[in-house]
Design a protein around this ligand. Sequence first.
Ligand SMILES: [Zn+2]
Ligand SMILES: [Zn+2]
Length: 404
Amino acid sequence: MECDLLLYGGKIVTETHSLPRGYVAITNGQIASIGRDWGEIKAFESLDVDGKIVVPGFIDMHTHGIDTVSFMESNEEEMEKGLLRYTEFGVTRVIASTISNTLEVITNRLKHLKKVKESRENGHILHGVHVEGPWLSSRCRGGHPLKYLRVPEKEEILSVLEEDGDAVVSVTFAPELPNTVWLTEELSRRCILPIIGHTDSSFEETERVILAGARHVTHMYDAAMGYKEDPQEALVMLPGMETAVLLHDEVSVELIGCPVHVPQPFFKFIDKVKPKGKKVVVTDSLVGTGLPEGTVFTSSDGRQVKVTRGVLRMIDEDPAINGNLTGSAVTMNVALQRLKEYAAISLEEALSWGTINPARILGIDRITGSIAVGKAADLAVIDEDFNVYSTLVKGKILFEKRKP
Ligand SMILES: [Zn+2]
Ligand SMILES: [Zn+2]
């Protein structure tokens, strides 16, 4: 057998099992063969992965930016460079998230992101866009500016989706807002994933959109309320969003791989209560991610921000503001490593949260998300601690760690 590229000698984590020592052969950007014995294979190029682990490339279904690149502000050339930066952390597919703004600004970003995806050399790393807001709860808005939050009006949603919606793969909204059952149905009809998030919704409001087709929760336990106290009965708790999404097995849940945004016991809890395949880890990362510890920069709203142990914190003379959390700066490999540790699960189990699970939820599992013959050769070479040595997208080596 002949192939373009052969990865040999390492542990191979395939879709169904792990080979302690094996190979992956790649031809025309696809996985052509997987096995234990590579002696007879003639390879045009080969990569010795002895002592390492070959895993599916990571899929980050919620990220706003990396390094100095923001999907809300950077130009197309910068965004293309940003996509390559993700590969240093084992990522082979990215869903670019927007942040609440005017509909004009959001639709303008959709145009640019679509162009990056379709016409840039490594544009296929960008799978699509997650529209996060402006249809969010003002109480649970998190980093989304209050002045841009809106009620989902039918005409304006249709105009966004019809003119510039091709690149949109998911939309996060708060179920308690008007028109959200209609919005859920409209998104489902267009094969766009309706996502619950940034919400203060009741059990009933949440269940209504689940029955209409909402199938995922944006950064669970971050910027969303769980229970509420019954105003009629002292200390009686009313079920809220959390109960509804945990009761419905068809709804998947994402956690930010960061102990500041998601307290550690939640990782074990979600692993226990959600069915296999319905758990995802994301970065929700912003500009500044991947920059050295202690880097200080000015964010788009003019605030001074510092990279501090995987999160971004404000720098201000006012002690009440200084040190406040402004967002996540975790990378996918670190998010997965933490998940493995916090949930006390195997490397293979943790990997599924950042590979095949998001691929299935996004409907791209036939082409990527696991190591199986016929799928795209989207691969990462890592060690037990999720340090990344090489990343391949469609069989092309886009990142290789320099030897010291
Ligand atoms: Zn958010
Ligand atoms: Zn976000």
